[in-house]
Design a protein around this ligand. Structure first.
Ligand code: ZN
Length: 149
């Protein structure tokens, strides 16, 4: 698990709340911000972006990860997520899977409205991810299930 000092964590918490201000959430009114710390030290932010076709809504975490990946990031140390829930907000299942693609052990910082936060890791939240290894195994024709045509 990556180690972050308190200053780095506080900076991510602050940037996640700041990013939340840009959330586009006219349908749910559930505004979320995220701040991602790349392994190279750069920080990328995201906010949720809803769509009238609700299934096309993008979560703050995936928006931040997309910005990071587009800038060449392939390793992530941590992501802070800020939303108004007394317990803080954690990434949804889809985001956990997408975040796992880059860094299964990244830290997840859950920001609470009272200013506090807690830290966990992605591999604690997503215990059985679907991975590139799963895809490779599926390519092997000698492993076709019994009974397949
Ligand atoms: Zn999500």
């Amino acid at each position: 698990m990556p180690r972050l000092d308190d200053t780095q964590i506080e900076q991510l918490v602050s940037k996640a709340w700041e990013a939340r201000l840009n959330a586009y959430a006219p349908y749910s009114q559930f505004h979320v911000g995220a701040a991602l710390l790349a392994a190279d030290g750069r920080i990328f932010t995201g906010a949720n972006v809803e769509n009238a076709s609700l299934g096309l809504t993008m979560c703050a975490e995936r928006v931040a990860l997309g910005a990071a990946a587009a800038a060449g990031v392939r390793s992530v140390a941590a992501i802070a997520v800020a939303g108004v829930d007394d317990d803080g907000v954690v990434p949804c299942g889809a985001c956990r899977q997408v975040l796992n693609e880059f860094s299964p052990k990244m830290l997840i910082i859950r920001c609470r409205p009272d200013g506090s936060h807690s830290v966990t890791s992605l591999n604690e939240l997503l215990t059985s991810p679907f991975t590139g290894e799963s895809v490779e195994k599926g390519k092997n024709p000698s492993r076709e299930p019994v009974g397949a045509a």
